[in-house]
Structure formats: C-alpha cells, structure tokens
Design a protein around this ligand. Structure first.
Ligand code: KIV
Length: 271
C-alpha cells in the first residue's frame, strides 16, 4: 500500500477510482510522461495519472509550439508509456486538428486507445459536440479549459486566462457544459485560483489544475519542468522538485506527496 493512497498500488486505476478520490477529498497527482523509462518511475512513485501530453512537441521534439505534433507521434509515445504502466491512469492528448469534427475525433481517439493503450483522451476547448459523440461511443474524455496551447496563434502568448469577469464566466459555463456532455475529467490551465476553486467545488467530476491554484481536485505538471531539465524557462506555476532531491525518483515522490498533502502549488505558483 502507498502511504498516500488507499488503493492497492498494483491494481490499475480507473476513472471510477479517480472520481472516488474526489468524493473523499483525496488529491489526485498527475505528471506528463512520454516514454517507458519515465512511465515506470512515475508509476512506481505512486503518481495517480500520467498524461501523454502534446507538450511532447516542445519538450521532446524541440518545437516552438504543440501544433506540429501528429496523431502518429501521440500513438507512438502513448504506447511507450502504456507498456511500462502498472497502476497509473493513462490519458493521451488528441493533437491539433485531430478533432475537427466528431467523426474525425472518434477515428483518432480510437487510435490512441487501441494502438496506444490510452484509457482516456483529452481535447482542448469547449468542443461539446466532440465530447458528446466520443462519450456515446464509449470513449472516456478529459476536457481542457483556460490556457489552450493549441490556440496559441489566436491567443498571441501563453498568458493567464479568465482574469476578467466575462472570461471567467465563460470558462465556468464551458466547464459545466463539458461535464453535462459526459466529460469524466477536466484540466484547467493557467486560470486564477479563485475561479479554479469555484469550478472544482461546482463540478462533480475531478478538476486537475496546472497553474490553477491548490484548491483543484488534483494537479498536473510537465515532467521536464519539475525535473528542471526543460529546454526553455520553467513556467512560474511549476517548481523544481530536483533542488531538494538526490535523484529523479525522489523528486517525483516529493511532488506526489506535496500534491497529496496540498503543499503544492503554493501561492507563488498560483495566479
Ligand atoms: O500537453 C500537455 O502536457 C498538457 C498539460 C500542460 C496539461 O496538456
């Protein structure tokens, strides 16, 4: 048994287990993962979820944005992560333009699940049509609101979203609609902590924050940022967990424990 989880460490987690964690007020830890070696270390550390994020375009492929990432890239990295996972719940991103319509989304989500071994797919924005269609086909979906990296050419920069009341209201309403459409999880990226707190309290599905304050139901970070091995500048909402650790496994365990005990994120990592 893991000290911070009441679930047997060898039993693969399901979306039902993650919902139960929210119900009983247990925080959910998540890290991005892109290969089998890190997948095994993250899983062994007891982290609850691994997100095969299209952030791999930036941290693995050295691109400026996530836009060039293909479904083929995602299937390859999702398979690598799934091969080494024993307990953690695996989510894979649908990359840019792979969910332009519900039918296209279903075809690509099927690849991530059948060839990649993902248990859930994530898509950005209030794509209610796609979420409803995927859920109707039996495909678990994670929504993603707030800062949407795939929309960087519309946004202009990676900045905090939902600061003005109208924008906050829109994110709140979109979150409710995603839940109504059947989304099983929601990622909130770079939004004010008070907004994330309200959404997490309102929704029954788990809300996983990144730059969204400590009151979300769980936290996710880009693995390479928290290990301080990213190519670019570490975002303000992340933390270098290697600074107090003697090795990578220690840093990941420290992150997992900090999330479980609501010690991360602190005020300085929030907006
Ligand atoms: O691609 C990714 O890593 C993500 C996280 C930043 C949430 O979507």
């Amino acid at each position: 048994m893991n000290q911070y989880s009441s679930i047997d460490t060898l039993k693969p987690l399901s979306i039902i287990d993650l919902s139960a964690m929210k119900q009983r007020g247990e925080k959910i830890s998540c890290l991005t993962a892109y290969d089998a070696a890190f997948s095994a270390v993250i899983d062994k550390a007891g982290v609850d979820m691994m997100l095969v994020g299209d952030s791999l375009g930036m941290v693995i492929q050295g691109r400026d944005t996530t836009l060039p990432v293909t479904i083929r890239d995602m299937v390859y990295h999702t398979r690598c992560v799934s091969n080494a996972r024993r307990r953690a719940f695996v989510i894979a991103d649908l990359p840019f333009m792979t969910y332009a319509t519900p039918i296209i989304a279903a075809k690509n989500a099927a690849k991530l699940m059948q060839a990649g071994g993902a248990q859930m797919v994530k898509l950005e924005g209030p794509r209610i049509d796609c979420v409803r269609f995927l859920v109707d086909q039996g495909i678990p979906v994670c929504g993603h609101l707030g800062l949407l990296p795939q929309s960087i050419n519309q946004l202009g920069s990676y900045k905090v979203q939902g600061k003005e009341q109208a924008a906050a209201d829109k994110i709140f309403a979109d979150a409710q609609q995603l839940q109504q459409a059947g989304a099983g999880l929601l990622v909130l990226e770079c939004v004010p902590a008070t907004l994330a707190k309200n959404i997490s309290a309102q929704l029954t599905i788990p809300v996983i924050g990144i730059g969204a304050g400590v009151d979300c139901d769980g936290q996710v970070l880009v693995l390479y940022d928290m290990l301080n091995i990213g190519i670019g500048k570490r975002p303000r909402f992340s933390r270098n967990f290697m600074s107090d650790a003697t090795n990578i496994e220690g840093a990941i365990i420290a992150y997992h424990q900090a999330v479980k005990q609501s010690r991360f994120p602190a005020a300085e990592h929030s907006f």
